[in-house]
Ligand binder design. Structure first.
Ligand SMILES: [Zn+2]
Length: 337
């Protein structure tokens, strides 16, 4: 008696099998690996279970459900005192770290969380590949490929985000939440997103605008709405929205200011007072209403952009612009913003 799978293969009348049988995110990932330098083939090493690009000498290693090809060093992690505290908390709390941060943080992330959920629901995750670039210890869905510079247990690919070891046009979707401020070259990272997305593939990206300095393990820049549009100028913009509201923008900076003033210039006292200022954090819930204010974007804590890689790429001969999607954004009350 034929098994169901054999019968399906044998009969020309049955529906075709899906493009790939269900596998783990790491197995999907292994099939899409390439050299992060030359984008050439990474050859599988028979004895070690890893991969190597022979011309470049770049290697990738598999550790259980994790593939490592680059990433941060121990020296990077220790470069900032607050980051050392955060790293310890992330290791101890794992997936509960984000929940804990959501409670004590001055930033209200309720609508950002809902936006990520609705974005993921728009993909058929059983057959479409979506990667979270800079996932930290958080996993939004078991089928999402988690990529990060740190080797948290939940991470499938430990790598440098500005040079991804992924084939061009290998992903259907990309998530990037509070990551672009931490990469040295955000344009290079956005270009990598563009490269690894299939034509028609989409990215959902949250970038802070008004937030205090927070190394993870470094912190380089902030973006306005106009800056985000500029950063994703090769994409079709689907939507630009507030990701965290104006009270969140104010509170983080006010808490830093308060700890600074009350510490009278004594650094250990500042470190002690900073967590105490979190008592003001519940004020962030005012953003449930204030995010709708027409001028909110002037001091929003951060913005979310959803953008699509055009199906037809730029024609270098005619230099025709990309076809633009409908732009949905909040009004800032500032001309040209
Ligand atoms: Zn190479």
């Amino acid at each position: 008696m034929l098994s169901m799978a054999t019968a399906a293969l044998a009969s020309p009348h049955l529906a075709p099998l899906p493009p790939f049988l269900p596998r783990t995110p790491t197995e999907h990932l292994a099939a899409q690996l390439c050299c992060p330098q030359c984008h050439g083939e990474m050859r599988e090493l028979a004895d070690s279970g890893g991969w190597q690009c022979y011309p470049c000498g770049v290697t990738a290693a598999r550790h259980g459900e994790q593939i490592r090809c680059g990433g941060f060093t121990a020296g990077d992690v220790k470069s900032d005192w607050l980051n050392r505290v955060k790293e310890s908390a992330k290791r101890i709390l794992g997936s509960k770290y984000q929940w804990a941060i959501d409670q004590i943080s001055p930033v209200y992330t309720g609508f950002l969380g809902r936006r990520i959920k609705s974005y993921l629901k728009s993909f058929a995750l059983d057959r479409e590949l979506v990667a979270d670039l800079g996932s930290g210890p958080l996993r939004h869905d078991p089928r999402v490929i988690c990529c990060d510079g740190m080797n948290y247990d939940s991470v499938n690919l430990v790598t440098d985000l500005e040079r991804l070891p992924l084939r061009s046009e290998s992903l259907d979707g990309v998530i990037s939440v509070a990551v672009l401020e931490h990469v040295t070259d955000p344009r290079a990272h956005a270009a990598e997103m563009f490269r690894v997305l299939k034509p028609g593939g989409r990215v959902l990206c949250f970038i802070p605008f008004l937030q205090g300095y927070h190394a993870s393990p470094y912190d380089y820049q902030r973006f306005t709405i106009s800056g985000m549009r500029q950063l994703f100028d090769k994409f079709e913009i689907v939507a630009v929205e507030p990701g965290a509201g104006p009270t969140s923008g104010l509170l983080w900076i006010f808490q830093e200011w308060l700890a600074m003033v009350l510490s009278l210039g004594i650094r250990p006292l500042y470190k002690l007072l900073m967590p105490l200022t979190y008592v003001l954090s519940p004020l962030k819930y005012l953003d449930v209403a204030l995010r709708h204010h027409p001028a909110a974007a002037n001091i929003d804590s951060g913005f979310v952009i959803e953008a699509r890689k055009p199906v037809a790429e730029l024609d270098s001969e005619t230099m025709l612009p990309f076809p633009r999607g409908r732009i949905r954004s909040c009004s800032t009350g500032v001309p040209g913003a």
